[in-house]
Design a protein around this ligand. Structure first.
Ligand SMILES: Cc1ncc(C[n+]2csc(CCOP(=O)(O)OP(=O)(O)O)c2C)c(N)n1
Length: 286
């Protein structure tokens, strides 16, 4: 992504968020439920995490149509948009509508499908009878599958698709073929629906280890470099965990803040009612 490009994430794009310069504590505040995330999507060029599966593909398409109408597309330094989503999301109406609109309006948007082969417990074979990248053809734009565990290939394919979009060549679907190593959420038990040998086979394709081996073999980095990176990661992780635990619980009434950018009379009324309700507990011992 170039600085002017806009990203529309699902809830898995922590790496993209980090690369956009957003403090990684911010999505964790959202996940802990103590705030709404907190970054400025316009300033950081990174929209809010979207838990409603697939909805961000429509937001991205609308944004892409908008920047095209504003004349910000069509040159080498034009703007482009990327939307991330999962294999399960590919079955949502929103995603298919986004494909139609972006195709017919030639919108400068890259659809990046992180195909990790499971939508919670639902396997890929329940989403599609053809490889997902082939869907793009029917909507009238190119689709490509890339080894999602190959860092350099994923980078090259994404950059090429964004550059096509920025010069006015319309959308591309990228299917990054990968695997979800862990559970979907902390309440999910993947041992109930997939076998250990499948997980082990994908463990051998660890993308981080692969890029490390590549750098070693090319003589581009040595043990002391990797030692430093590992140590930096360890320290950052410890610091981040400490900061998450220190996040203060918000006052309940703040849930009405930030619902609309300029407030609304209905929200004001609800806030008042809720404040009165809370004060009815005044003097009670908890
Ligand atoms: C519209 C909608 N329906 C259902 C859910 C519940 N839900 C949360 S995650 C998920 C599975 C998503 O799978 P996939 O798109 O493959 O993404 P992954 O989490 O595997 O990356 C579902 C069904 C939701 N968040 N939104």
């Amino acid at each position: 992504m170039r600085p002017q490009d806009m990203a529309f994430p699902t809830y898995r794009e922590h790496g993209v968020l980090y690369c956009r310069g957003i403090d990684p504590i911010m999505p964790l505040g959202l996940f802990r439920g103590v705030d709404q995330g907190g970054w400025d999507p316009i300033e950081m060029k990174f929209a809010m995490y979207t838990i409603v599966i697939g909805a961000q593909t429509l937001h991205a398409t609308g944004y892409a149509m908008g920047i095209a109408m504003d004349g910000k597309v069509g040159t080498e330094d034009g703007e482009a948009v990327i939307a991330y989503f999962g294999d399960g999301a590919s079955s949502q109406g929103d995603v298919n509508e986004a494909f139609v609109w972006s195709s017919v309006f030639h919108a400068p948007v890259v659809f990046f499908c992180q195909n990790n082969q499971y939508a919670i417990s639902e396997p890929l074979e329940r989403q599609t009878r053809v490889p997902l990248y082939q869907r793009a053809h029917g909507f009238g734009f190119p689709g490509v599958r890339v080894d999602g565990n190959d860092v350099l290939a994923s980078y090259a394919v994404t950059r090429a698709a964004l550059d096509q979009a920025r010069v006015g060549q319309g959308p591309t679907l990228i299917e990054a073929y990968t695997y979800r190593m862990g559970a979907h959420t902390t309440s999910d038990d993947p041992t109930r629906y997939r076998i250990a040998s499948e997980v082990e086979a994908w463990q051998a394709k660890d993308p981080i280890l692969r890029v490390r081996r590549f750098l070693e073999q090319q003589g581009l980095a040595d043990q002391s470099f990797f030692g430093e990176v590992d140590e930096q990661a360890r320290v950052e992780a410890v610091k981040l965990r400490e900061r998450v635990l220190e996040l203060p619980d918000p006052a309940p009434v703040t849930m009405f803040d930030h619902v609309f950018p300029n407030g609304s009379p209905e929200i004001d009324e609800e806030r008042e009612q809720f404040t009165a309700y809370l004060s009815s507990f005044a003097g009670e011992v908890h």
